[in-house]
Design a protein around this ligand. Structure first.
Ligand code: BTN
Length: 274
């Protein structure tokens, strides 16, 4: 796939965006395979912390566990950040922190919406999938070289515009509020909030972050099927999240358990391939 650089996004030049968001560099594409893949290349070539990659369309947008991310032209926000944390970072925390930042950002743009965070990286609106976070880190030994945090949000998609496979499970901000919203203003808030949560990440979620997570926790008290790698699926009920970012759930038979990586399926939202 050949990527195509863009001169403008939402009427703004690259220089405008760099100034507006106070970034060392903004890499702007009208079309690219994946902003996360490009951000990783740039990070490996030495790009500074705070660098952003933004695209109007992705042809191979990536989600967690090898899922695709539906990224049509002109409707969504497809954005990747390069972070260079000073201290060791738990890979579990970045998607949770970025997710909190994105939900805060959306609430600054549109009031009274019913938002949730589904562990570990799904952004939920009105019980449907609105977006997601894909965090990819590179380490050597215990040292974190860089973390790429990618954010995908369905912004101005029309409800009927989603492909058949997504129509019952996906939504957009426009579908929820009944009008188009400014991707530029949304990006303003997302960049500010995600930067605040992720630029200097804590070793564990603090009391305030746990409280915020609780407020958004879409899985809490829901019946679920927990899928862990290399182990049989377990049915149970989600209890919450631990300070280290692990999911806490109570199996139908047995005591409270923790899961650090894996998938959680619910009847309301079977995880689709986006
Ligand atoms: C998920 O829900 O599994 C995560 C979706 C993350 C999608 C975003 S869009 C910008 C960035 N580039 C990618 O290829 N993926 C992330």
């Amino acid at each position: 796939m050949t990527s195509r650089k863009a001169a403008r996004w939402e009427g703004q030049t690259v220089d405008d965006l760099q100034d507006r968001w106070d970034r060392p560099q903004v890499h702007l594409y009208s079309r690219i395979d994946s902003t996360n893949s490009r951000a990783r290349e740039l990070a490996e070539e030495g790009a500074q912390a705070g660098t952003l990659v933004l695209a109007d369309e992705q042809t191979s947008g990536r989600g967690q566990v090898g899922r695709r991310w539906y990224s049509p032209r002109g409707t969504g926000l497809y954005l990747s950040f390069i972070f260079r944390p000073k201290q060791e970072v738990s890979p579990r925390l970045m998607p949770l922190l970025a997710g909190l930042g994105v939900l805060r950002a959306i609430e600054r743009l549109v009031k009274g919406v019913n938002l949730g965070l589904k562990w570990p990286n799904d952004l939920i609106l009105d019980d449907r999938k609105l977006g997601g976070v894909l965090s990819e880190a590179s380490w050597s030994g215990r040292e974190t070289h860089h973390v790429v945090v990618g954010v995908g949000i369905n912004v101005n998609n029309e409800a009927e515009g989603f492909p058949d496979s997504l129509r019952q499970v996906a939504t957009s901000i426009r579908a929820a509020v009944g009008r188009k919203v400014s991707r530029l203003e949304l990006a303003d808030f997302v960049i500010r909030e995600v930067e605040e949560f992720c630029a200097d990440p804590p070793e564990a979620l603090d009391r305030e972050q746990l409280k915020l997570f609780d407020e958004y926790d879409w899985l809490r008290d829901r019946r679920c099927t927990v899928e862990r790698e290399g182990a049989p699926s377990v049915h149970g009920t989600v209890v919450g999240v631990a300070p280290d970012g692990a999911l806490l759930y109570r199996p139908d038979r047995g005591a409270l358990e923790r899961m650090t990586s894996g998938r959680v399926l619910t009847e309301e939202l079977p995880t689709p391939d986006f």
